[in-house]
Design a protein around this ligand. Structure first.
Ligand code: BV8
Length: 227
């Protein structure tokens, strides 16, 4: 079975109604990531950080996967698919993808502040000060903040190296080390990138400019019909 890796960023979830980060109306255009998505932010004002993620988690409970997420799930009919995502939403999973590797954590999970391996499912519930892990320490979002180590990098790099096709969707490739993963795609692999705009022409990738919910189903249709 041919192997495919889908590498996604916030742009794949934009048409589900979730804000991206660096588009004109993006989250980091409205808020300061230093005040919301760093360990320093957490130690200075944990309530503000908790509320920022509570609001995003509540919204996640009200949105649905879009045609791009669903098309990616359909690829599993004929291919061995690994989804490597920078996103913290669960829309790939809700669309039916069964092998999703999260690099930056998951919005619907909480984590102990004394044991980073102690992870709890939250669904779409809030975390507030005083919510404690079973070991008695404050719960935090299970999100990788700036300055924290990224999860699953080796697994992600190995999957991309082994892939026959790599489809990159909805990422500005601004955040490292995640963005560096696309360079692990082999010379022989078919390499396609879908986004609305690009800061720089991606070497080795065929760039399709446009919306994920339109372009990803078209690429998937071509691949499923043998193209
Ligand atoms: C680390 C969770 C080691 C939070 C996130 C200077 C230079 C280079 C690097 C650094 C530097 N200084 C510091 C660093 C490292 C830093 C970093 O990369 N900073 C950047 C900002 C410069 N990285 C880290 O800190 C990482 N850790 O390095 O650890 C270490 C250890 C100790 C001490 C030091 C270092 C951790 C990074 C993880 C941070 N957490 N997410 C949250 O979600 O709240 S990152 C955040 O950005 C999200 O995960 C997001 O996915 C990710 C990347 O953004 P994108 O997904 O690409 O979204 P973006 O808005 O940028 O782009 C959207 C794209 O979609 C655009 O291309 C647009 O055209 C397209 N689009 C929009 N709509 C559509 C569309 N495409 C198709 N259809 C549409 N409809």
């Amino acid at each position: 079975m041919e192997k495919i890796v889908l590498f996604s960023g916030a742009g794949i979830s934009a048409e589900s109604g979730l804000k991206t980060f660096r588009d004109p109306d993006g989250l980091w255009k409205r808020y300061s990531l230093e005040d919301l998505a760093t360990p320093g932010a957490w130690s200075r004002n944990p309530s503000l950080v908790l509320e920022f993620y509570n609001a995003r988690r509540r919204q996640l409970g009200e949105v649905e996967p879009n045609a791009a997420h669903r098309a990616v799930a359909e690829l599993e009919e004929q291919f061995a698919v690994t989804v490597v995502t920078q996103n913290v939403d669960d829309l790939h999973e809700r669309a039916g993808s069964t092998n999703v590797v999260h690099l930056h954590g998951q919005l619907n999970q909480a984590r102990s502040t004394m044991d980073s391996d102690l992870i709890l499912d939250l669904g779409f519930r809030d975390i507030v000060l005083g919510d404690l892990c079973p070991k008695g320490s404050q719960l935090r979002p299970n999100i990788v903040w700036f300055g924290e180590n990224v999860n699953n990098l080796e697994v992600a790099a190995a999957a991309i190296e082994a892939a026959d096709k790599v489809l990159v969707v909805g990422t500005s490739l601004s955040v490292y080390p995640a963005a560096g993963l696309i360079h692990h795609a082999s010379a022989q692999a078919e390499k396609v990138m879908v986004s609305m705009d690009l800061d720089s022409e991606p070497q080795r990738f065929t760039w399709l400019q446009g919306k994920a919910a339109e372009l990803v189903p078209a690429v998937v249709e071509t691949w499923l019909s043998g193209g």
